[in-house]
Write a protein that binds this ligand. Structure first.
Ligand SMILES: [Zn+2]
Ligand SMILES: [Zn+2]
Length: 626
């Protein structure tokens, strides 16, 4: 079976071919596959291109697919590649060659001394075309190549410089498996000083059913947009006066946030963690010692004290602070592991254009924790963190089909901080822990020089979207930089390992995901509005008041509507705020000390004694039932 990313990427070439056949003057840039499809960047020059043109491109692509075109690979040296591209007049591709050759990209292409091209041809006849072309190229007979009249070679449809892989023939693609969705501006190589290109985005899957399921998911996602729900249910506020990326929690939002935080702490408390607190400011020397100043400075906020005339930084992460907590102790091997937990707000200077509601913020509250242990303890500690992660996401109903990415260094190991042996040790420890804990993990090569090997947990929400949330990171570097140690059995100083971990990722991101996962109605334990009481007439107000008191005395988040509105309107208002339970009070309820219960989620209705209802709700809350 051909993997989906190969199909998606092949479709991007077909889109480029379609665009070129409709707009011959267009210049092509690059077209990778994405998480849900692919895109390709084009320079349309002065030609207008908008989303209204997507239909014709899509139609052309379907035609191309039905032509059963082959993807044929040719490899040539750099100078041949340049000439091929200049004869095709593709300036962006030519620039890429220069960059490959100068090693500008941290990309594997530069390691190869060959450049590969893919030719799309229909009704492939080796005698006529393939041999002709391959002899031009293999003999480096560029004179002939340049003289080649492309119009004469009718069956040659498209050439693109690419390392592949692609499908062998377009018949391996389903013409109904993709949809062009959107046009956006994108700078060449992501640099705002470069030419602005037109990026065409598409969704693509194995077949029409998968595509339709994705389109349905996108529709569903719109209905549960956290920005809309957040405003309607008054969960949080973005204030122009306070600034972008600095969301404020309204009382209802704070309840959700506190419940998350409380639950997280419960999960840590019985696993040997201690709560700590650290201030939001620190001197630059802290970040010089940690090494963050070198890599991270431009993301940090600088604060000047007018009285002290001293400069501080708002902390961009809690790790260096926690190192100081550890350093102020004389721990022995009997004290290890030492585990700190602190939900703490950190500040990062994201560009204002990128800030949005809870998705991208400048004040990020991490459910942060650091634990200090011996190398021999890493595996057990990773297991304990994994248990916390599994408990948390099981309670939220998100553990179906999750997976874990084990990030390890990619080829060029010289780019990373730390020595080879500690890297190997850290990677080994995380992989062993993944195996022992039966985690569905995949090794993923990545190239972030500053970070250490890590496990990232990918969970799916109610509509199948994947979220990177929890993380466990093994670090041999910070203990070194802060010269941390404890006394071992031989009375020698031994260096601990630090494990960074976050369960919800950040409370902001956690809330964003949960709001959209639960879509309007939180499970009772998270819900800011658990019960509302609706007396039908003022004569039942007194009983309603006693019901309200009774529930509140059990810490149930209850409210009552004592307005003179008709019942229908009271019910509508209660439903608008998505209360989990609506209690209607008539004469009968008052006389029998009962309540008429409507479960907003299941729409079930029942009449229960007040005490039974209260106990049921307490149980539902305590067990954090879904
Ligand atoms: Zn390609
Ligand atoms: Zn950390």
């Amino acid at each position: 079976m051909i993997d989906l990313s190969t199909k998606r990427h092949s479709l991007s070439h077909i889109m480029a071919q379609a665009v070129k056949s409709l707009y011959p003057d267009v210049k092509i840039a690059t077209g990778p596959d994405t998480e849900d499809g692919f895109y390709y960047d084009f320079d349309f020059g002065t030609t207008e291109f908008s989303e209204t043109n997507l239909k014709e491109v899509e139609k052309k692509m379907k035609q191309i697919i039905t032509q059963n075109q082959d993807f044929k690979k040719f490899e040539v040296d750099y100078s041949t590649a340049r000439k091929v591209l200049s004869s095709m007049n593709e300036a962006f591709k030519s620039e890429l060659i220069d960059r490959f050759e100068s090693g500008d990209f941290k990309n594997k292409e530069k390691l190869s001394d060959k450049i590969s091209f893919y030719f799309n041809v229909s009704k492939w006849k080796p005698s006529e075309y393939y041999e002709k072309l391959s002899s031009f190229l293999s003999e480096n007979n560029l004179q002939k190549f340049e003289e080649l009249d492309w119009d004469q070679v009718k069956n040659l449809k498209f050439i693109d410089m690419c390392t592949g892989p692609h499908v062998a023939n377009t018949r391996e693609l389903d013409a109904n498996s993709f949809k062009l969705v959107r046009v956006a501006g994108a700078y060449w190589l992501g640099n705002a000083e470069n030419t602005q290109l037109t990026r065409i985005y598409a969704f693509a899957f194995n077949n029409k059913e998968e595509l339709d399921a994705h389109l349905h998911m996108i529709e569903e996602a719109k209905k549960r947009d956290h920005r809309i729900i957040g405003a309607k249910l008054k969960l949080f506020t973005i204030s122009d006066l306070i600034g972008p990326g600095l969301p404020l929690m309204q009382p209802a939002g704070m309840i959700v946030r506190q419940e998350i935080e409380k639950y997280l702490w419960e999960l840590h408390q019985d696993r040997g963690y201690d709560r700590v607190w650290t201030p939001h400011l620190a001197k630059e020397t802290l970040y010089e010692t940690s090494g963050h100043a070198g890599h991270y400075l431009e993301d940090m906020f600088k604060v000047f004290g007018w009285t002290s005339k001293e400069t501080f930084f708002l902390k961009p992460m809690n790790c260096p602070h926690h190192m100081q907590l550890f350093a102020d102790n004389q721990f022995s091997y009997r004290d290890m592991p030492v585990r700190y937990f602190e939900p703490a707000t950190v500040y990062r200077d994201e560009k204002s254009g990128q800030l949005s509601w809870l998705t991208r913020v400048r004040a990020i509250t991490q459910d942060d924790g650091h634990l200090f242990c011996r190398v021999s303890q890493i595996k057990d500690e990773v297991k304990s963190i994994t248990d916390i992660i599994k408990s948390y996401y099981t309670t939220l109903g998100m553990t179906d089909d999750y997976w874990v990415s084990l990030s390890v260094r990619w080829d060029d190991k010289s780019k990373y901080l730390g020595t080879e042996d500690v890297w190997q040790l850290a990677e080994w420890a995380l992989e062993e822990a993944s195996k022992e804990n039966n985690l569905p993990y995949k090794r993923v090569e990545w190239e972030a020089a500053f970070y250490w090997p890590k496990l990232d947990f990918m969970f799916k929400d109610a509509i199948g979207r994947e979220w990177q949330l929890a993380t466990i990171q093994c670090d041999f570097n910070l203990p070194n930089r802060f010269n941390l140690s404890f006394t071992n059995e031989n009375n020698e100083q031994e260096r601990p390992v630090v494990i960074h971990r976050a369960i919800s990722g950040s409370l902001e991101r956690g809330m964003w995901v949960l709001i959209e996962h639960f879509a309007w109605v939180f499970p009772l334990w998270l819900s800011p509005r658990q019960v509302t009481i609706l007396p039908v007439l003022p004569m039942f107000d007194e009983y309603a008041e006693s019901v309200l008191k009774e529930l509140r005395s059990a810490w149930i988040r209850a409210s009552a509507d004592f307005s003179t509105d008709w019942l229908n309107k009271k019910v509508r208002n209660a439903e608008k705020m998505h209360n989990n339970y609506i209690l209607v009070i008539w004469e009968q309820e008052m006389q029998n000390k009962t309540v008429s219960v409507r479960n907003y989620r299941t729409k079930d209705q029942s009449v229960e004694s007040l005490i039974d209802f209260k106990n049921r709700i307490i149980e539902e809350y305590k067990t954090r039932a879904l």
